[in-house]
Design a binder for this molecule. Structure first.
Ligand code: PLP
Length: 297
């Protein structure tokens, strides 16, 4: 497995003075994080994971915009997006120069509130190889629907829960995945307490129902997915209607196709939902994967 690449940001937000480029490469094999960093002790920070296919970061602008939106939701200082963009590209270039840049890698950008009491944010970019995704992309995954425990309009009722921000607080998401793994499943679709489909722990949900492809609306406590947006372009090009609307959990069983989308994984079809086999459209899935993999922006 090729070594990861690490870039540390000295000026991750508008609050830190910019001196030079605002970032520098760092040794990924030694520790860098202070044990009092609020990102570590409270999960108080945000992140993005960007897919890099054949050396090209995908939807980098969309990721950086979402990064800035997440920062605003957490009342973090505004990230210097030009510095983050340059740091992402520098990480890719470092791997390319070292000859370790595989065909599919992920780049994670992390911004935390920093060490308690300092008012100085912490930021880094880390590039690492993608896991082997061939089998799940081809054969599909087994998914459980799990109760998320809040209503679909939680973002309006309780904005302090930060639903819709990509925060570092993913312990609940990881617990849901462990629950699935302990119950003959690979992944999860969260359902609101009032029965609406939300998202996966690290993915958006798309369902084909007849000639419509549906995804839940982003005011329903979910992340606006960069991959979901690109998948909609593909489906529209195939003559399907793409719709953002409330999707009832009860509709999933009758769907003509069900997928999870996210930046590094791109797309995996759901082949078993709550123990019952689902319709898998092999040809449509293959076309969608090829479309997502080929995106060059
Ligand atoms: N929803 C959640 C909770 C996620 O963590 C992710 C990505 O990791 C997504 C959706 C998919 O977003 P994207 O396609 O932009 O990676």
């Amino acid at each position: 497995v090729p070594a990861p690449v690490l870039v540390l940001l000295s000026a991750p937000t508008e609050n830190e003075p910019l001196d030079g480029t605002g970032f520098a490469p760092a040794d990924p094999t030694v520790p860098h994080l202070d044990v009092n960093d609020l990102g570590a002790v409270r999960g108080d920070g945000i992140f993005e994971t960007i897919g890099v296919m054949d050396g090209r970061p995908q939807a980098l602008d969309a990721h950086l915009l979402r990064f800035a939106r997440s920062a605003a939701q957490l009342d973090l200082p505004a990230p210097r997006l030009d510095v983050w963009r340059a740091a992402v590209l520098a990480a890719i270039e470092t791997a390319r120069t070292a000859g370790t840049l595989g065909p599919e890698v992920g780049v994670k950008t992390v911004l935390t509130r920093g060490v308690e009491g300092t008012g100085v944010a912490t930021g880094w970019v880390r590039l690492a190889p993608a896991p082997d995704l061939d089998a799940s992309r081809r054969d599909g995954v087994r998914v459980l629907t799990l109760d998320r425990g809040f209503p679909a309009d939680v973002a309006q009722r309780a904005p302090w829960l930060l639903q819709g921000a990509k925060t570092l607080s993913y312990a609940v998401n990881m617990a849901a995945l462990r629950y699935a793994h302990g119950h003959d499943a690979d992944d999860v679709i969260f359902v609101s307490a009032d029965g609406a489909v939300l998202e996966g722990p690290t993915a958006n949900v798309l369902a084909r129902i007849g000639d419509e492809v549906v995804t839940p609306p982003t005011d329903q406590a979910i992340l606006p997915g960069t991959t979901q947006a690109r998948a909609f372009d593909f489906f529209a090009g195939r003559g399907l209607r793409t719709v953002e609307r409330r999707l009832e959990a009860a509709e999933l069983a009758g769907a003509d196709g069900l997928w999870l989308t996210s930046s590094v994984r791109l797309v995996v079809p759901v082949r078993i939902l709550d123990g019952v086999a689902c319709a898998v459209d092999v040809e449509l899935t293959r076309g969608l994967l090829a479309h997502l993999r080929a995106v060059t922006d």
